[in-house]
Every structure is written in C-alpha cells, then in structure tokens.
Design a protein around this ligand. Structure first.
Ligand SMILES: Cc1cc2nc3c(=O)[nH]c(=O)nc-3n(C[C@H](O)[C@H](O)[C@H](O)COP(=O)(O)O)c2cc1C
Length: 430
C-alpha cells in the first residue's frame, strides 16, 4: 500500500491511526492493554475503575447477545444485526490497583507510540482529583472521565453519595464542568470526557466541557435498553441494562455531527461501529478518532488490522493522502430544512414502463395516488410528491427520480387529494 498518513491529532495526543479501543475488558488488565497495542490500535482506553466496592462486583450473567442470528452458510461470521446487552459493571480492581496496571503497561505502550487513556469514575470533586493525579503519576498519557456508567442512581446506589457517579455527570453538565476544571488545575495530561447517550442536549454538554477546559469528548457509552423474552414474559437480563448494537451508530453519528459543527472540541466517536466503513462514517461526521468495543470483543483483536486495512484500501481508492482529509468531510453537506428549500429541487418518479414486470410493489408503497395500475404501473406525474419510496422498493429497478422544474408543481402534487383545502400559493414567511 502507498504511504498513507493515518496519524491523527487528538486533543494534545498524536495517534498512529484513528482506531481507539474503548473502555472495556479489552483493556482490563496489563496483558490486555499490551495486546491491544500489538493489535495496531492508535490508543487504548482502560476499563473503568471506580472507588465504590459494590460497583466493582459483577452482577451476572454478564452478557447476552439478543437476535444474534447466525447465517447457516457461514456460521463463523458475525451477523450484521444483534443487540449486545450486558450487566458488567466497572473493573473489579479499584482505582489504586488499576493505577498499578497502568504503570505495568505504560512503558510498553509508550515505546510503541500508543497512548494509554486511563478511564475512571468517582463521586465528588475531591475523589475525581485524587484518582486523576494517581492515574497521571502512574503513566496514563491522558484521562477519560467516565460521565456515563455505571448507571446509578437506581439499583446500585447504597448512599446519597453513591448517586453522584457515572451518568450523574452527563445529566448535570455544571457539576461535570466543576470536575473537569478541578482536574485540569492539577494534571498536565489531556482530559477527555465520555458522555452517556441517555443524556440529551449534547451540544450544550460539549460546550460546557470545552469551557471547562476538556481536551476532547467521547460520544458515546452504552445506552440503557430493555428487551423482553415474550415466551417467558420476562425482561432479558432482568430489566433495562447497558446495551449497544450496530443500529445505534446512526444516532451517534447524528450527535457527533451536531457537536462537531457547534463546538471546537475533538470527538472520539463510537457506539455501534463495526467495519472500516463505519469508521469512515464517523470520521466524515466530524469525529477525530473512533472507539471500537463490541466489534472487537466479538471478532478478536485481529479485527483491528482488518479495519485498518479496509480504511487504507478505501483511502487509496478514493485518493485520500491522510485521515485529516476525511475528517468532517460530510459536515458542509448537512442541510437544514430551510436550506433544502433553496438548495434542493423537488423530484418526481419517472418509469421505464417497458421493463415494468407488473408486480404492483410500487403501487402498494405509493401514498400520494401517484401510481395507477393497468397490467403495469402507470405514473400520475401531477400527483407525484417525489417521496422516492417507489423507486427504492421496485424489484426491477425501473423507476428513477427526476428533478421538477418548479416548486409550485411539487406543492400542487403534495396537495392533490384536497386541492380545495390547500393553501392558494407557496409563498414563504418573509
Ligand atoms: C462488555 C462491555 C463492557 C464495557 N465496559 C466499559 C467500561 O468499563 N467503561 C466504559 O467507559 N465503557 C465501557 N463499555 C462501553 C464501551 O466502551 C463503548 O462505549 C460502548 O460499548 C459502545 O461502543 P461499541 O458499540 O463499539 O461497543 C463497555 C461495553 C461493553 C460491551
């Protein structure tokens, strides 16, 4: 392969490539951290350690793969869709012990140019600062403040103090900002914050983190999801619990793009990414680097090389010289609804009737009375709202979308069923 530049600058760190192992058992011991380094990743985030004893003890069973349907032709392959639910809490090693794990692995990782990002959670500013100092002095090249899990308060908190941990900080960005500010005052290493997708208003959260001095934001951790076993009439894994699945990537991407456009803060994107293509989507949506967990836990560390090879082949094919050229590429093409009115023409469906097989699939999917049927599909252009559903479901590929010349035709088509009730013109608010 050509000399491609995979390096990325991430909030004060330089990574040899944008693939980061996210906090998980993949980096839960010194041996595992070093194995991640050998697998070729750009950086490793360690398993979360926390000071609350009962959050270090694992409930069980740990994992459940829901809808993990194997392909009988290829039972070895990981299916495209499934939900990974788990009840794994934080590391069984408290922060003092985990700091020793970081110290054991840090020389090995540093010699190979791979930053270790120490992930932990804590209750209250003092505890956060104490562990941050401990991690930084033990060889962590950066910190990732776990503002996402575990998911107290419900279920695991035994005291009022225990509720101010993990996700509490995504829900309370002002308190999170206090923590970031206090840590930045005492440690020199970059500080990232990892937020929970079960929060909201992430642009506001990211702004608060930037103002407090954070060097980057990780979006996202697991969601808390519920699935039901209908035969048993019981929740899977005893109730709502931590989960991720490939389908969640779309939600992550949406927020990564919104934050990237609004805030000048490097983003480690993630949640649902599996393939090199997913990594490219995150980068194009504005992420600086991409965290992988379930994809690698299911396939093994060799998957990192596959993702990197795929990324490099893509860059060669599309003639990108470096990852920096991919980052944020899609952002300028994201339009608001108001932009669309000016920038994008309305459409109508055009049929190649000679090739129509008369299957009626388009007729069943048309909700604007724009397709009649006389042995074959017959378009009614003046009713066509340009929704494009017919062209997407047509099994014979005979429908293409064409641009309309003016908005009035489109507007009349949208209102064709009740012309008498439709507004008289298409003037917009001044
Ligand atoms: C089994 C398992 C354990 C995890 N443990 C942690 C953890 O200790 N700390 C943390 O911040 N995130 C943890 N996560 C969340 C992941 O780091 C990641 O944010 C999440 O799984 C979404 O990314 P993915 O779809 O690539 O897995 C864990 C995820 C899984 C599946």
């Amino acid at each position: 392969m050509k000399n491609l530049d995979l390096t990325v600058k991430l909030g004060g760190l330089t990574l040899r490539n944008p693939i980061v192992i996210g906090g998980s058992p993949l980096a839960g011991t010194a041996r595992h951290i070093m194995d991640c380094v050998d697998a070729g990743v750009g950086a490793v985030v360690t398993k979360t350690a926390n000071p609350v004893v009962h959050l270090q003890r694992y409930p069980r069973p740990l994992y459940k793969l829901v809808d993990y349907r194997k392909n009988p032709q290829d039972p070895y392959a990981v299916p495209e869709s499934y939900t990974w639910m788990h009840r794994e809490h934080n590391s069984v090693y408290p922060p003092e012990a985990f700091a020793k794990i970081i110290a054991q692995a840090s020389g090995y990782a540093r010699e190979r140019g791979v930053p270790i990002i120490g992930n932990f959670t804590a209750r209250g500013v003092e505890e956060w600062v104490r562990i941050a100092e401990l991690y930084a002095s033990s060889g962590a090249d950066a910190l990732e403040l776990n503002f996402c899990c575990p998911f107290p308060p419900e279920g695991v908190a035994r005291s009022e103090e225990d509720t101010r941990i993990g996700i509490f900080y995504t829900m309370n960005p002002d308190r999170a900002a206090e923590v970031v500010r206090a840590i930045k005052r005492v440690v020199g290493v970059p500080v990232f914050v990892k937020v929970s997708p079960d929060g909201s208003a992430f642009v506001r959260v990211a702004r608060a983190m930037q103002e407090a001095g954070a060097n980057g934001i990780t979006m996202f951790a697991n969601n808390k999801l519920l699935r039901i076993d209908v035969e048993e009439g019981k929740p899977i894994l005893y109730g709502p619990t931590a989960a991720t699945h490939p389908g969640m990537m779309a939600d992550s991407l949406r927020w990564v793009a919104e934050v990237a456009r609004a805030v000048d803060l490097p983003i480690m994107g993630g949640r649902g990414a599996n393939t090199w293509r997913d990594v490219v989507e995150f980068l194009m949506a504005g992420a600086t680097a991409v965290q992988l967990v379930q994809a690698v836990m299911l396939r093994g560390l060799g998957h990192v090389r596959e993702v990197l090879d795929g990324l490099q082949r893509f860059m060669e094919r599309r003639q990108y010289a470096g990852v920096a050229e991919i980052q944020g590429k899609a952002l300028k093409h994201i339009y608001s609804n108001l932009d669309l009115i000016d920038k994008v023409k309305p459409l109508y469906a055009a049929f190649n009737l000679r090739q129509c097989t008369g299957c009626r699939r388009c007729v069943e999917a048309c909700w604007y009375d724009a397709i009649k049927f006389y042995r074959k599909a017959v378009p009614v252009q003046e009713n066509c709202a340009g929704c494009s559903l017919c062209s997407q479901v047509c099994p014979a590929g005979v429908i293409t979308m064409r641009e309309r010349e003016n908005d009035l035709e489109h507007f009349r088509a949208m209102a064709s069923a009740h012309r008498d009730l439709a507004p008289a013109d298409i003037t917009w608010d001044a």
